[in-house]
Design a protein around this ligand. Structure first.
Ligand code: ADP
Ligand code: MG
Length: 277
């Protein structure tokens, strides 16, 4: 039943998903659609369940309800089948020791290579392409563990792209990157989304970036979906106050939705400079 999903139809369908760990309910009744070829961002305060939702989608945590990609139940797929459909970059990836960056990216080809014959020319080509895309050429022979936080984050994305999945699931892909590198990486992902029809589901703690790159935001709070829609529908002063406990002024212009944190200093409040008189 593969390949039945048309452009614009949901590639990923999440229906009434629950996750319990021990006695805690981490996700409850979560439903969402990720349209084919689109970018959907999951946002929400710390501990809302964003990473757990992504882990349920890549079947590394057990769930109730239904999660399908291209009509296929993710929990019923073999690891190899799943890896051909979904590429996943965790928030805190485990980086193997004693392996070069190029060999790490080659791991992304595992689901495509034969275990008997090993990597083929085509696999090497995919690895080179991914290394080029992420600008890792000068680091290809370096030991993976010696990379900086931002460089390892790029290496992880290279591995995911070498996998050539239909859907990429990225958990805080810019958390270790400065603003310039974050923009470069998000632009690259968006370019691949447009040119190759890649479908993207990511968490992004930077709400302005989330609103600029994703067509659709899903706001999670305490394990349930609190709001879904375009950035201007979800990133409202009311939602940010209710779900983040944040005091923010929202300004929308041609560049998108901008958030300005507001500090409420009333008459008589202690100004920091007074402490240094
Ligand atoms: P987010 O990514 O939105 O910050 P997470 O999905 O990482 O949130 O976590 C959601 C909640 O589930 C948190 O309260 C976290 O402590 C809890 N949680 C996540 N994984 C586990 C686990 N393996 N055991 C117990 N609690 C967990
Ligand atoms: Mg998280």
């Amino acid at each position: 039943m593969s390949g039945v999903v048309a452009v614009g139809e949901p590639l990923l369908r999440v229906r009434d998903v629950g996750v319990r760990i021990g006695r805690s309910t981490i996700l409850d009744g979560v439903s969402l659609d990720v349209p084919t070829g689109g970018w959907t961002a999951v946002i929400g305060p710390n501990g809302a369940g964003k990473s757990t939702l992504l882990r349920a989608i890549v079947a590394t945590v057990a769930h109730t309800g239904s999660i399908t990609v291209d009509g296929l139940d993710v929990a019923a797929l073999s690891a190899r089948q799943r890896a051909r459909l979904i590429g996943y970059a965790p928030q805190r990836p485990v980086l193997p020791d004693g392996i070069s960056v190029a060999d790490y990216v080659l791991l992304g080809r595992t689901a495509h290579s034969s275990l008997l014959t090993g990597p083929k020319v085509a696999d090497r080509r995919e690895v080179e392409r991914a290394i080029d895309l992420l600008d890792l050429g000068t680091l290809a022979d370096r030991s993976l563990r010696t990379l900086s936080g931002g460089e390892s984050q790029r290496a992880v994305l290279a591995r995911v792209l070498a996998q050539r999945p239909r859907l990429i699931v990225l958990d805080e892909p810019t958390s270790a990157l400065d603003l310039g590198h974050a923009q470069t990486l998000l632009e690259l992902v968006d370019e691949l989304r447009r040119s190759e029809g890649l479908t993207v589901l990511s968490t992004l703690h930077d709400l302005v970036l989330a609103g600029q790159y994703a067509q659709r935001l899903v706001l999670l709070d305490r394990g349930t979906v609190a709001a879904t829609g375009r950035a201007d529908e979800v990133l409202t002063e009311e939602n940010l106050r209710t779900h983040y406990g944040a005091s923010v002024r929202v300004v929308t212009d041609a560049g998108g939705v901008h958030l300005h944190p507001v500090r409420n200093i009333g008459p008589g409040a202690e100004y920091p400079h007074r402490l240094h008189r």
